[in-house]
Ligand binder design. Structure first.
Ligand code: NDP
Length: 499
């Protein structure tokens, strides 16, 4: 009751802040935006200074031809509408299977899901049983989830941050973004720790015991946001749509994302959702699971420390390097729809915290030799991941930096340069290899009694292979024969010498 009341209060404070802040925020951010626009910054893609051309944030005077700007999408990805429908229906089922099918009695989500589905098919489930099952869901979990979202939205809006410009859009403008993910997260953690101090382990244990309910809550919010942005993309003045999200097929466009950059005032829904709810929610759940282990064992095992530390490093690294997401495919190319909303509001926090959940239920004490080996894999992965991503970011934003000025590259007709030496000369997505190695290091601490905690690194390998193909398609279209030339110089996709 107390927690529920406190979140309701936080939600009211949030609404108050938003309503007061939006007016103020937009004015101050406009000032910042115009300051940034007049600052001579290097162009993120070419490395050339931004000048007086259409890099400016000001909107062009001549009327825009929206038909031309938003051409109909002719090419489907993800298996078209059928694949989109499968993603919208099956992925949530998978989240629920892992949420309800993994607990201290065993981690067998697929078996339990199969048993549940067979019961329904064989008519062993009546509507009454299904409705009483639905009624057993705790609505308070939705308040917890909304309270968490309300807090991080408030910090994102209220905290100061550097204002930067995104990549140039098809209408010639650039959007401005406020970078404060790390400071907002730090503030949020401090305030949460202080406000929960008097409650001891109440909050972490609540999260542990109500994890399946929270998973349902995150799913409800993900669907609500996806439906909201899809419907809003048809309302009001015309806006830029994602080049891949304007097929006219509602199921497909809903899934892939129709509008490129939905915003409420200056609050960019995609940019916010991309890093904060998923990554912070994941970290919060991890920490709650560590507290649960402490409550049970009166200590925290070395395996749990490794998992929480590795994943915290990953999250903090992403928040610290927030600016680099502005050039990722998610921000520059994909629309904001079910794929990104569900991915970041539900999938990441609920599925990526699987190893910490497993260790809360089945603690593992690792021998020192295993700890050393696992730390070695993590460090190698992190080193590849961070150096490769930083090399590209630095090359694109400041090509004269001593660390990248000697890199070889192809000057493309599209205006950007493609690196052909250093990390990016070893494989075309060497950064994915580092990311995948880290995912292995996060699963190994769970030992070998169950394959379920390894779901993450198996799924992640599939995601990265598919993502590399999508990016390859995008670059082939963008760079044409320059991309062919690049591929013949850098032959491997992800793993040098192998793939
Ligand atoms: P990348 O950071 O790999 O960027 C790909 C883009 O970089 C291309 O579209 C192209 O864009 C540019 N590019 C490609 N080759 C070169 C080159 N040789 N030189 C210079 N620029 C080049 O893409 P992602 O957005 O997929 O990944 C970002 C990070 O996020 C990765 O480390 C990935 O592992 C991680 N990630 C993690 C996920 C998770 O769930 N944990 C999910 C997805 C990604 P341009 O058009 O500008 O030329």
């Amino acid at each position: 009751m107390r927690a529920r009341a406190s979140f309701t209060k936080e939600f009211c404070v949030f609404l108050h802040l938003i309503m007061g802040k939006q007016k103020k925020g937009s004015a101050s951010q406009n000032v910042q935006a115009s300051k940034t626009a007049s600052r001579s910054q290097p162009n993120a893609n070419t490395g050339k200074p931004k000048g007086s051309d259409s890099d400016s944030v000001s909107v062009k005077q001549e009327p825009l031809d929206w038909k031309k700007l938003n051409p109909k999408t002719e090419h489907y990805e993800f298996g078209g509408p059928f694949g989109a429908f499968a993603m919208i229906t099956l992925l949530p089922v998978l989240v629920l299977a892992f949420a309800f099918g993994c607990d201290s009695t065993g981690y067998d989500p697929l078996h339990r899901l199969y048993a549940f589905a067979s019961d329904i098919v064989q008519g062993n489930f009546s509507w009454e049983m299904l409705s009483s099952l639905a009624a057993s869901w705790k609505p308070s979990s939705l308040l917890w989830f909304l309270g968490f979202l309300a807090q991080i939205i408030t910090y994102s809006i209220a905290m100061p941050g550097e204002t930067v410009q995104g990549t140039k859009l098809r209408d010639g403008t650039r959007l401005t973004y406020k970078l404060n993910a790390l400071s907002a997260a730090q503030t949020g953690f401090m305030i949460s720790m202080l406000s929960h101090k008097s409650q001891g382990l109440y909050a972490p244990l609540w999260v542990y015991h109500n994890f399946p309910h929270l998973a349902v809550a995150s799913l409800i919010v993900a669907f609500a946001v996806s439906i909201g942005v899809y419907v809003a993309s048809f309302i009001g003045k015309p806006r830029l749509l994602a080049l891949g999200g304007n097929t006219g097929n509602p199921i497909y466009d809903f899934m892939i994302g129709r509008e490129l950059n939905p915003r409420i005032g200056n609050f960019d829904l995609k940019f916010f959702t991309e890093l904060r709810p998923g990554l912070l929610g994941w970290l919060v759940i991890d920490i709650c699971m560590a507290f649960k282990q402490y409550a049970t064992l009166n200590r925290v095992t070395n395996s749990m420390i490794l998992v929480v530390a590795f994943q915290a490093i990953y999250v903090l690294d992403a928040l610290y390097n927030e600016v680099s997401i502005l050039t990722t495919m998610d921000i520059t190319t994909d629309g904001f729809g079910f794929m990104l909303a569900f991915g970041n509001l539900c999938w990441v926090p609920m599925m990526y915290s699987l190893q910490a959940r497993y260790l809360a239920d089945f603690p593992v004490d690792l021998p020192i030799i295993s700890v050393i080996a696992i730390v070695g894999i993590e460090v190698l992965g992190l080193y590849i991941f961070r150096s490769a991503n930083s090399e590209k970011d630095k090359f694109r934003t400041n090509p004269n930096d001593p660390s990248v000025k000697d890199l070889k590259y192809i000057e493309t007709k599209a205006g950007s340069r493609l690196i052909t030496s250093g990390w990016w000369g070893k494989a075309r997505h060497i950064n994915y290899l580092g990311d995948w190695l880290m995912s292995i290091a996060w699963c190994l601490p769970c030992g070998f009694n169950s394959v379920i905690p390894y779901f993450y690194c198996i799924y992640f390998a599939i995601l990265l292979i598919h993502r590399e193909r999508r990016d390859d398609d995008k670059c082939r279209k963008k760079y044409g024969e320059d991309w062919e030339k690049y591929c013949s110089t850098v032959k491997y996709r992800i793993i040098p010498g192998i793939y």
